[in-house]
Design a protein around this ligand. Structure first.
Ligand SMILES: *[C@@H]1O[C@H](CO)[C@@H](O)[C@H](O)[C@H]1NC(C)=O
Ligand SMILES: *[C@@H]1O[C@H](CO)[C@@H](O)[C@H](O)[C@H]1NC(C)=O
Length: 353
C-alpha cells in the first residue's frame, strides 16, 4: 500500500513539473477525430453541393478496388496514415458516409470538408462545411456515441482520442490572395492574427466538448504547391515567396498561441505539427525520400488540375505516382502522405503523450 502511494505521489509530483498534465502517459489511442480541409476530407464533400470534390476517377485509382472515395488523393490521405500510425485503424471514414456503422464511430471519423478554412468566409466562398458546421456534426456524433455505449464510456473515449486539425491553407490561397474582400480589410500580419484567434476559439470549443490530445497542423510551404507555382511563380514556376512568407508568419503566430492555450487548458496536450519545414525538405531533396518529382502533380499536366479539372479525360497522367509527392496540383499522393506521416509522427507522439 505504501509503495503504491509513493508511486502515486511521485507521479503526481512529476506531472506537476510537466505542467499539470495528469493524463495517463501510456493510454492507448481509442479514436482519431479529424477536422479541417481537403488534407483530412475522407469524402464528406461527396454529400454537399460544391465543386470541391474528388469522388471520380482518377482520384482513388490506387485505393482498394481503385475506387474514388472523395479523398483528394490517388489512395490514402494523411488522416488515414495518422489513424494507422496511432494504432487505431487503416482507414478513417467520412462522418457523412451513409454506410458508416456504430463500430466505425467508436474509433473515430473525419468531419473535414475540402475547401474549408478557419475564416468562415473561406468555407462560404467554396460552398463547403465551415469549422462551425463541423463542430455541430461533432456534437451530433457525441450524442450518437452516448446513445450507443453510454455517457461515461463515450466521454472516456473522447478523452482518449487524438484530434487532428488542418486548416489555414485555403484561407490564404483560396480567400486572401484570390478575392479582394479580406485584402481590403487586413494586411497579411493582421489577417494571420485573425486566423490564429479563430483557430484558438475552435480549439477551445473542442476542448469544452472533451478533446484532450490535439494536433494542429501548420500551413505548408503554400507558395511551392504546384498550382501556385503555375499561377504566380513566373515562367520558371518557382515557389511564390509572398505566399511562403505569409505561411511562415501565420505559423509562428499559431505556434505561440498554441503554447499559451496549452498552458491555460488543464489536462490537455496540444501539439503544433510543422508542415512547412518537412514539405520544404521533401521538395528540395526528393531522392532522399525515394521520390523523383516534387514541383508538379501526377494528374494531367500536374501544373493546374485539381478537383473537377483532374478527371478521367486526363491523358497525360503520370505513369507511376509513387515517384511523385503531389497527386494533383494541390494535394499529396498516398506515397507523399506516407512519407510525411513517418517524418512527423515520432515528434508528435512525444508532444501528445
Ligand atoms: C499503463 O501502464 C500500467 C502500468 O504498467 C498498466 O497497469 C496499465 O494497464 C497501462 N494502461 C494502458 C491503458 O495501457
Ligand atoms: C513505381 O515506382 C516505385 C518507386 O520508385 C517502384 O517501387 C515501383 O516498382 C514502380 N511501379 C511501376 C509499376 O513501375
Amino acid at each position: 500500500m505504501k509503495v503504491i502511494l509513493f508511486f502515486l505521489y511521485a507521479s503526481l509530483y512529476l506531472n506537476c513539473i510537466e505542467g499539470a498534465v495528469t493524463l495517463p502517459q501510456n493510454a492507448s489511442v481509442q479514436a482519431v477525430i479529424a477536422f479541417g480541409d481537403s488534407l483530412m476530407d475522407q469524402g464528406n464533400n461527396n454529400h454537399i453541393k460544391t465543386i470541391f470534390k474528388a469522388n471520380f476517377h482518377p482520384y482513388g485509382m490506387d485505393f482498394t478496388n481503385g475506387n474514388p472515395t472523395g479523398r483528394f488523393s490517388n489512395g490514402k490521405t494523411l488522416a488515414d496514415f495518422f489513424a494507422k500510425g496511432f494504432g487505431v485503424k487503416e482507414y478513417l471514414p467520412a462522418y457523412l458516409d451513409p454506410l458508416i456503422q456504430h463500430k466505425d464511430l467508436l474509433t473515430g471519423v473525419s468531419f473535414a470538408s475540402g475547401g474549408a478554412g478557419y475564416d468562415p468566409l473561406t468555407s462560404k466562398l467554396s460552398n463547403v462545411m465551415s469549422l462551425s458546421s463541423q463542430l455541430e456534426m461533432f456534437k451530433q456524433y457525441i450524442q450518437k456515441l452516448k446513445g450507443n455505449i453510454g455517457q461515461e464510456a463515450a466521454m472516456n473515449r473522447i478523452t482518449n482520442s487524438v484530434f487532428l486539425v488542418s486548416a489555414g491553407t485555403n484561407d490564404f490561397l483560396v480567400n486572401y490572395f484570390t478575392f479582394p474582400m479580406r485584402r481590403l480589410q487586413y494586411d497579411v500580419p493582421a489577417y494571420g492574427n485573425k486566423l490564429v484567434k479563430l483557430a484558438s476559439n475552435f480549439l477551445q470549443e473542442i476542448h469544452k466538448l472533451g478533446a484532450r490530445r490535439i494536433v494542429v497542423f501548420s500551413t505548408s510551404a503554400i507558395g511551392c504547391i504546384p498550382i501556385e507555382r503555375t499561377l504566380a511563380g513566373g515562367a520558371q514556376r518557382i515557389c511564390v515567396d509572398k505566399y511562403n512568407k505569409a505561411a511562415q508568419f501565420f505559423n509562428s503566430m499559431l505556434k505561440l498561441e498554441l503554447q499559451v492555450l496549452a498552458s491555460n487548458l488543464p489536462q490537455t496536450r496540444i501539439a503544433f505539427s510543422d508542415f512547412y519545414k518537412p514539405l520544404m525538405n521533401i521538395i528540395e531533396n526528393p531522392q532522399q525520400y525515394g521520390l523523383e518529382v516534387t514541383n508538379r502533380g501526377c494528374c494531367g499536366t500536374g501544373e493546374l488540375e485539381t478537383s473537377y479539372l483532374c478527371n478521367k479525360r486526363m491523358t497525360r497522367t503520370c505513369h507511376n505516382d509513387s515517384n511523385f509527392f503531389f497527386w494533383d496540383s494541390l494535394h499529396p499522393t498516398e506515397k507523399g502522405c506516407d512519407i510525411f506521416v513517418n517524418l512527423v509522427l515520432p515528434d508528435m507522439m512525444k508532444k501528445l503523450f
